[in-house]
Design a binder for this molecule. Structure first.
Ligand code: SAM
Length: 353
């Protein structure tokens, strides 16, 4: 039985909720959070879109809320974003009492962020409805999301990855061999390039876009969805078939990653306001703990070439000394490369005559 793409995504969503409030992950993401915070403080954007926002571990959410910017948080797993917000808004104040970031805003803005907001006393760190979580005193169970920030449960590749996975879920059940499965997947990966579903964010409206560790995900999904569903349907490929299928597998991985990066970059270009900036970060090297060596991540060196074709680099807003950041979650280590990008100037028109 092949699981449809939407059902598959919601299973991953359930599993990913545990990333919220995980202190070791928060620590690992800190260098990225600090790098983005620096860019926010320097660029002072009025509108910010965080693509692949997830549970906000790499997003300086409090800084963004305090900055007064209009916020768009985009993830194809939108419930994760809500969980991330719930875990991010309450912190310890100077006197060790809980303090809510929203309750520090003026009344209108606080109400826009939390539908339950009702001012207690001006000096109180939380509002009248604050109710601590049963296990975590820094969670407010009364919190109810308001109209802000805008959460978009959408695909940051303008629908390319979802269109591939949806069509695959429908067509894969007809395959009776791995050769047919790869044939169908490769054909779909080319065919769905014609489909486009832009984010619900207006053209040229965003001063700062963040794409933190999103490109890194394109290596895994939706390829893993294909591989897992094909294995469920057909069983694992035989060793001698594996060798024969190698070229089809590499072609599929390359087409999926390349198209996702191109479409993601096009979507960033579309929403960037004139003079706007994009903070982009992705894993370029992984550490192999068994062999004790670092290796270049398969498709990601191509990502840099695709990005460089479309954007110019700004090494003033994020100095080159911050280019490489160490990412050390509990189970792996990688080197993340971070860039600030700006739209390319159009090529000068040829002289008349
Ligand atoms: C490695 S996480 C980045 C960390 C994330 N900001 C966090 O704190 O959880 C990548 C995020 O991008 C999202 N994502 C991956 N591909 C996506 C796509 N095509 N469209 C929208 N979101 C995507 C994932 O759901 C995930 O939440």
């Amino acid at each position: 039985m092949v699981t449809g793409w939407k059902a598959y995504l919601s299973v991953s969503e359930n599993a990913a909720h545990r990333c919220a409030g995980d202190e070791s992950l928060r620590r690992a993401y800190r260098p990225l959070r600090e790098a983005i915070r620096g860019v926010v403080e320097a660029a002072k954007p009025k509108t910010v879109a965080c693509l692949g926002a997830g549970v906000l571990n790499d997003i300086p959410y409090r800084t963004l809320v305090q900055s007064d910017a209009t916020l768009h948080l985009v993830d194809w797993l939108p419930d994760l974003v809500e969980t991330g917000i719930t875990h991010g808004i309450i912190r310890t104040g100077d006197d060790d009492r809980p303090e809510c970031i929203y309750c520090r805003l003026d009344d209108d803005r606080a109400r826009a962020y939390c539908a339950r907001f009702e001012r207690a006393s001006p000096e109180a760190g939380v509002c009248r409805h604050f109710a601590r979580g049963p296990k975590d005193e820094f969670l407010c169970t009364a919190f109810k999301r308001g109209a802000e920030p805008k959460i978009h449960g959408q695909d940051a590749t303008a629908g390319y990855a979802s269109a591939f996975a949806t069509a695959l879920g429908e067509e894969l059940p007809q395959a009776t061999s791995w050769k047919q499965a790869f044939g169908a997947a490769n054909a779909i990966s080319r065919r769905v390039r014609r489909q486009r579903e832009p984010l619900d964010i207006a053209d040229h409206s965003v001063d700062l876009v963040t794409s933190s560790m999103v490109l890194s995900q394109f290596e895994h999904q939706p390829y893993n969805y294909f591989a897992e569903q094909a294995a469920t349907l057909l069983g694992p490929p035989r060793r001698r078939d594996e060798r024969k299928l190698d070229a089809a597998m590499k072609a599929l991985r390359t087409t999926l990653v390349t198209n996702q990066i191109v479409r993601h970059c096009q979507e960033i270009e579309r929403i960037l306001a004139p003079g706007g900036r994009c903070f982009m970060a992705f894993e370029l090297f992984h550490h192999d703990r068994e062999r004790e060596c670092w290796f270049l991540v398969g498709q990601m060196h191509q990502a840099l070439a695709i990005v460089a074709e479309r954007f110019e680099f700004d090494f003033d807003l994020l100095p080159e000394t911050h280019l490489a950041l160490r990412f050390d979650p509990p189970d792996k280590s990688s080197l993340v490369y971070a860039f600030v990008l700006k739209a390319k100037k159009p090529a000068p028109s040829p002289p008349p005559g």
